[in-house]
Write a protein that binds this ligand. Structure first.
Ligand SMILES: [Zn+2]
Ligand SMILES: [Zn+2]
Length: 397
């Protein structure tokens, strides 16, 4: 029997269980680094399968290791990653598996990712005798706060791993399609805070003050020239100031103003350059106008960059699962959103791909992080098939 015989029917048999698992997780969402119940369920499932299980990695992370029965000396190891955390959003969906926790919701599909990876473990475990290498199932905490991947790597999650693959379900990408693209697919993300310091005073006597609000206004517009004048039109990047806070009354010039924003780019050099220029522009303008500016940069996440060879393996797996017509390698696969899968992809070569889960008829057409976000659950078996085939193909080579 070949490894792929009955694969589709084996996966189909698991669908009711996968849907039940996803809905159970959906009803019980847990935020970043609080995934105690979720990781408990994951660990217990993996142990029942007979895998070697490690828990408490980066607080609530879990790893299951499957040693293939057909491994020769020097056999390779592939990791498959799923994230487990939910978001601080109050669910507005009227569904019978609605979140039971006020103010918390799986609004990004990580419940689906966890359920998919458990099913992949199940399927590969049943074929253990034919698997010619090791498979590491990596269940990561805290993707949404950008924090789970890095500590897992520091604690050794990528040791002896040759490659990593993973997927994101997408509610803005049509059901039935799989997006697999080499190179950068998710952007980097850096949060920054600019604190402009001036000199407060009476609104009617500006000559005795240094107005931090006016300085801030110049900085906001000048930062956009980093995109329009210092960035190639062929190299996408974003700078957004999402928050400005200053002042207490209409007739007072305040001492300081604080601005907070995010910067997105698709390669490391561009990211480094823009971060440097944000600092130079903000400080330069503030100083030129008599004030000063403190620049703090937090929560950095690199871009997700896919390896060409591994991407080819995943692409072929996707073609086998949904047919060539439904496999997309266009720019539509790219998003200015970020994902800390990027940290794993920096540690070992791999591929992060997207699985369409948008279906208007099922109400699954709201954006990620929206209180009415949902996915078409028929995308779950597609995710399982692509990951399973890609893992087996990688180990065979
Ligand atoms: Zn998200
Ligand atoms: Zn996500």
């Amino acid at each position: 029997m070949s490894q792929y015989d009955h694969l589709k029917s084996d996966i189909d048999e698991l669908v009711p269980d996968m849907v039940a698992m996803r809905r159970d997780l959906h009803e019980h969402p847990e935020l970043a680094f609080e995934e105690v119940r979720t990781s408990g369920i994951v660990a217990q499932r993996l142990r029942t399968m007979g895998l070697e299980v490690q828990t408490g990695i980066a607080k609530t992370g879990v790893i299951g290791l499957l040693r293939g029965g057909a491994s020769k000396p020097g056999a390779k190891t592939i990791a498959i990653r799923a994230d487990m955390d939910a978001l601080p959003i109050h669910e507005m969906n009227e569904i019978n598996y609605r979140s039971t926790v006020d103010g918390k919701m799986h609004a990004c599909g990580h419940d689906g990712h966890t359920s998919i990876l458990l099913a992949v473990a199940d399927i590969l475990n049943k074929r253990r005798a034919e698997v010619s290498g090791n498979v590491k199932f990596v269940f990561q905490p805290a993707e949404e706060r950008v924090g789970g991947a890095e500590p897992m790597i520091r604690e050794g999650a990528m040791q002896n791993v040759d490659s990593i693959i993973g997927l994101h379900l997408m509610s803005d990408y049509p059901f039935g399609r799989v997006g697999v693209r080499a190179g950068a697919v998710f952007a980097s993300a850096d949060r920054f805070i600019l604190t402009v310091k001036g000199k407060g005073g009476h609104a009617a006597m500006p000559e005795t003050t240094i107005d931090p609000i006016v300085i801030s206004a110049y900085i906001v517009t000048a930062l956009q020239t980093l995109i329009s004048r210092e960035t190639s039109p062929l190299s996408p990047a974003v700078i957004t100031i999402g928050k400005i806070q200053a002042g207490t009354a209409f007739n007072i010039i305040p001492e300081s103003a604080e601005m907070e924003g995010t910067m997105r780019a698709f390669n490391a050099e561009h990211r480094t350059k823009l971060l440097r220029r944000i600092r130079e522009i903000a400080q330069g303008i503030a100083v030129a106008m008599g004030g000063s500016c403190e620049v703090e940069i937090y929560d950095g996440c690199p871009p997700c960059v896919n390896d060409e060879k591994i991407t080819e393996i995943v692409r072929n797996a996707a073609i086998a699962a949904v047919g060539e017509k439904e496999v997309d390698e266009s720019e539509d696969v790219m998003t200015a959103g970020s994902d800390d899968m990027a940290c794993f992809l920096e540690a070992v070569p791999g591929c992060y791909f997207i699985v369409g889960a948008k279906n208007e008829e099922k109400g699954a057409n709201y954006p990620h992080h929206h209180p009415r976000f949902n996915i078409d659950e028929d995308a779950l078996p597609i995710g399982v098939e692509v990951l399973t085939r890609a893992a087996m193909d990688f180990l065979k080579k």
